[in-house]
Design a protein around this ligand. Sequence first.
Ligand code: 13P
Ligand code: SF4
Length: 367
Amino acid sequence: MTLLTADTRNSASSATRELPASAVGVGPSSRFPALPRPTLEWTPEIQAATAHLYERMARVIPPVEWPFFAPYVKAINDLKHVRNATILAHNYMTPEIYHCVADHIGDSLQLAKLAAKSDSDIIVQGGVHFMAETSKLLNPDKVVLMPDLKAGCSLAESITGADVRALRRQYPGVPIVAYVNTSADVKAEVDICCTSSNAVKVVESLGADRVIMVPDRYLAQNVAAQTKVKIIAWHGACEVHERFTAEEIENYRAENPGVKVLAHPECPREVIEVSDFAGSTAAMIDYVRIKKPARVLLVTECSMADNVAAETPGTEFVRPCNFCPHMKRITLPKILDSLLYVREEVTVDPAVAERARRSVQRMIDLG
Ligand code: 13P
Ligand code: SF4
């Protein structure tokens, strides 16, 4: 596998790059009526109305925290009906979002596809900015809201559309695959998108000897290990998954005999090599639901273990805790404000959106 070095990069490292112009919110939409702010007090009525939800959460949310969450849960669920809104929650959302207010849960691609099927006017994205953009691409007529526009992603921010154009000049004729963790600007410049679960299939579908994969160097390495296609990789990385090491996993194994280790393909190759299974967040959840291991270690963002633990009481979770700071920007108070004030809207330039949608759709069409 070829890893692009500093010399082959176009613009400078974008770890500090601003979110794309499309990240700028347009403020409350005049299409939706102003509504009064709910009182958000912990009352016997709120307690009764949310008791069935807390029952499911008791394994992961301490009782002392519920009086803070419950008034928001009730208010958000009421507002969703008034606004005809759908809340999408990525598998890394905290349990009170994931289990108590979300209409659809899943990995990044599942969410966008599910949203396309909804007949709501508004989509609230419980996730990060590239996910909201993907939802907008697949739902151009819906209002897509981000509770916090600063919820970015180290992978999406590591590459721009201009970087991809420079790669095309450097490697004429070599097809380019973009992980869905990219901005719409990047998706618009590539041949096709992929997710962590379909990356090998997407690469091999192109029928080329060499394929460029952006932006995750670890996903690229993990794909390269499973295909004869020569992979040329960009140098991006997920700031959460790149921190895991094989040594750490081996230590967990030594301390927790019989533990099944499931890792996300954004982890370094050495981590995948010492794991029992590698797959997207949805694939890891399916593994736990179907195989019901007695003990499991999810080598991924921390909230996922809480979310799966809430519904799989027979499994013990060994918990390394690497938080995604971007995902953790999304909270119940921000979701409430998003619905109440209809903010912040995520838009994509229609010309960019048309080309970006083509890359996403080409992947979806592969099945
Ligand atoms: P999934 O598509 O597997 O949910 O991954 C998205 C992500 O951001 C993982 O860090
Ligand atoms: Fe991006 Fe990593 Fe956070 Fe996923 S976990 S959103 S890849 S920074």
